[in-house]
Design a binder for this molecule. Structure first.
Ligand SMILES: Nc1ncnc2c1ncn2[C@@H]1O[C@H](COP(=O)(O)OP(=O)(O)OP(=O)(O)O)[C@@H](O)[C@H]1O
Ligand SMILES: [Mg+2]
Length: 173
C-alpha cells in the first residue's frame, strides 16, 4: 500500500518456536535500553515465545511467563544490560491503562516488550518497534517488523544487517 513503509519493514517466516525464540534473542543483542517492542497477533501466534527469546538474549535467568494477575513484570538481566519489562495487555480493562505505569518504564534503563499492544489504542507509544505475528501453518509463523521513529528505525536497520549482512538491501552489488 505505502511504498514509504518499505525500508521501515522487515519480514520473516519462522519455522519453529525455537526459531522464533532465536529471532528474539538476535534482536536482544542489539538492544541498549529505551526500546519499546509492541507484539501484535492472534492467540498462539508466538508473542510470548518471541518475548522469551528477547529475555534470554538480555540474560534473564528466571522463566519468562505471561503475567496473569499483574499485567506487567520486571526481570533482572545480565550485568550492564537494560532491565527487561514484559507486559501482556490481553486482560487490560478499560480503565487500567492510566494506572498501569507502563510509561514509567520507557526509559534508557529498560527494554519494554508489550504483548497485545494493539489494546493500547490511542495510547500506543509513538516510538516503537512493532512486531506483527501471524499463522502460516502449525509450525510456521510470519513476523513483520515495522519501526516507528528514528531510533527504532536504526534498530531495525541494525537487525536487518545482523540477519542478512551488508548489501542485502541492494546497495552493494
Ligand atoms: N514458528 C513458531 N513460532 C512460535 N510459536 C510456534 C511456532 N510454531 C508453533 N508454535 C507454537 O505456537 C504457540 C505459541 O504460543 P505463545 O504463547 O508464544 O503465543 P502468544 O501469541 O503469546 O499467545 P497468547 O495470545 O495466548 O499470549 C506455542 O505452543 C508454540 O509451540
Ligand atoms: Mg502470550
Amino acid at each position: 500500500m505505502s511504498p514509504v513503509l518499505d525500508e521501515r519493514m522487515l519480514d520473516f517466516i519462522s519455522h519453529s518456536d525455537a526459531q522464533t525464540r532465536r529471532l528474539g534473542a538476535r534482536l536482544a543483542a542489539l538492544l541498549r535500553g529505551g526500546e519499546v517492542i509492541c507484539l501484535e497477533g492472534e492467540l498462539g501466534t508466538g508473542k510470548t515465545c518471541f518475548a522469551q527469546g528477547i529475555g534470554k538474549g538480555l540474560g534473564v535467568e528466571e522463566p519468562v511467563v505471561s503475567p496473569s494477575f499483574t499485567l506487567i513484570r520486571e526481570y533482572a538481566t545480565a550485568p550492564s544490560r537494560p532491565k527487561f519489562i514484559h507486559a501482556d495487555l490481553y486482560r487490560l480493562g478499560e480503565d487500567d491503562l492510566p494506572t498501569l505505569g507502563l510509561e514509567e518504564y520507557m526509559t534508557a534503563a529498560c527494554v519494554v516488550v508489550i504483548e497485545w499492544a494493539d489494546r493500547m489504542g490511542a495510547s500506543t507509544p509513538e516510538k516503537r518497534l512493532e512486531v506483527r505475528l501471524r499463522f502460516v501453518d502449525d509450525t510456521k509463523r510470519g513476523l513483520t517488523f515495522v519501526a516507528y521513529g528514528e531510533e527504532h528505525r536504526r534498530l531495525l536497520d541494525a537487525f536487518r544487517q545482523s540477519m542478512f549482512g551488508a548489501g542485502e538491501m541492494g546497495g552493494e552489488r
